[in-house]
Ligand binder design. Structure first.
Ligand SMILES: Cc1ncc(COP(=O)(O)O)c(C=O)c1O
Length: 387
């Protein structure tokens, strides 16, 4: 895999102590649930292996990935805890999945026998989770299929039904209608299981929005993703914890020059200077995940001030107008996501400028951008440092 160098002028730093604070919010909101941390998509862009290791230190021992390959990456880095593959897995991938002791989420009835066939008897009983479709319209067995499914002999043979789950489609919406319907449908399923006296150790529904807003979505396991990384997409009037964005994305000014009134910046001349303009050139572009939709729309922090992106974002470079910032020089730091003095730009700001969600902003930060980690400082260490 491509490895960016330590000297790279653009980098992302990830604060693992802030991660710990976000984990504490999950535990406070769901005190009786175990935590399955969602570290798919390279831990939402933060670095799956490093985030998983930090979470292990925080006593999190279950992880969710989207693909078998993501699970294998964690196994190859020595992570031995439970890893659940939350996404779609095809029978052709089952041997690989079993070879790395990953836990599948089976979402169609035929997959149960196909998976049982892939499990060696000496690895049995092999844990599986089953996903129930309650309104996401994506993956999952229908509730009416469940009675037959759970009576299958494979679940007493090579397989062990460790988990039952569903996924909420709309928990971050102000309107609770869809979520309440989904929770009611899932509760009916749980009631049926109880009537049959079938005990499944891990029942899980809640994503971040569920954890924050729906106590009735909390069961024996919760699946936080975005809130671990310091964000949620609930409306401002929701009672939500003070999450801390854990990632700062910065770059270094590569060049500064002045253009005259009427001159243009970048491809297709979409920015024409209306005054003599100091232009700072940043060595970051859409190939790094700084989206082209930020052209003439985004802002970055330089010298503690917000400055606008001017002209088109290029593949490897972005220009900003620093006319109003005193003394800007080559080598100065520019913050794309993070805090500088009293100003702050978050992934939620970038998401608003690009009409998307913070998830996509974080996941899109490219492989050219090295991730650096600020280590975990325990509360005791923090107290010692401030004394
Ligand atoms: C099945 C499943 N569970 C949990 C999550 C975590 O969701 P969030 O990041 O909103 O907490 C995801 C993420 O999309 C998911 O696909």
């Amino acid at each position: 895999m491509y490895q960016p160098s330590e000297s790279s002028s653009t980098s992302a730093s990830v604060d693992l102590t802030a991660l710990a604070q976000n984990v504490a919010h999950v535990r406070r909101l769901a005190p009786r649930a175990d935590v399955l941390a969602v570290v798919k998509a390279n831990a939402y862009g933060h670095g799956a292996v490093e985030i998983t290791r930090a979470l292990q230190q925080l006593a999190v021992h279950r992880f969710g990935v989207a693909t078998v390959d993501e699970g294998v990456e964690l196994r190859r880095s020595g992570i031995q805890d439970a890893i659940v593959v939350l996404g779609a897995t095809m029978p052709a991938q089952f041997p690989d999945l079993v070879a790395h002791w990953l836990t599948p989420v089976l979402y169609r009835t035929d997959l149960v026998s196909a998976f049982a066939a892939a499990v060696e008897t000496d690895t049995a009983p092999y844990p599986i989770h089953i996903k129930v479709e309650t309104g996401m319209g994506r993956l999952g067995v229908e509730p009416r299929e469940l009675p037959e499914l759970i009576s299958r002999s494979e679940l007493r043979g090579p397989l062990r039904l460790e988990g039952l789950m569903t996924h909420l489609a709309d928990a971050d919406n102000q309107d609770a209608g869809q979520t309440e319907e989904q929770l009611a449908r899932f509760q009916l399923v749980l009631n049926q299981l109880q009537e049959r006296r079938l005990a499944i150790p891990l029942i899980h529904v809640a994503n971040s929005a569920g954890i924050i807003k729906y106590p009735t979505s909390l069961h024996s396991l919760v699946r936080p993703g975005i809130m671990l990384y310091g964000y949620h997409t609930l409306s401002n009037d929701t009672q939500a914890p003070e999450l801390q964005p854990i990632l700062t994305w910065k770059t270094t000014i590569a060049h500064v020059h002045t253009i005259s009134r009427g001159s243009s910046v970048s491809y297709n001349r979409t920015f024409i200077a209306s005054r003599p303009t100091r232009v700072a050139v940043l060595p970051v572009g859409y190939a790094d995940g700084y989206n082209r939709l930020l052209s003439n729309r985004g802002q970055v922090l330089i010298g503690g001030q917000r400055v606008p992106v001017i002209g088109r974002v290029c593949m490897d470079m972005t220009m900003v107008d620093v006319t109003d910032v005193h003394g800007v020089q080559v080598g100065n730091e520019a913050i794309l996501i993070g805090q500088q003095e009293t100003e702050r730009i978050t992934a939620a700001d970038l998401a608003a400028w690009q009409q998307t969600i913070p998830y996509e902003i974080l996941c899109a930060i490219g492989s050219r951008v090295p991730r650096r980690y600020r280590p975990l400082i325990s509360p005791a260490d923090t107290a010692a440092q401030t004394n």
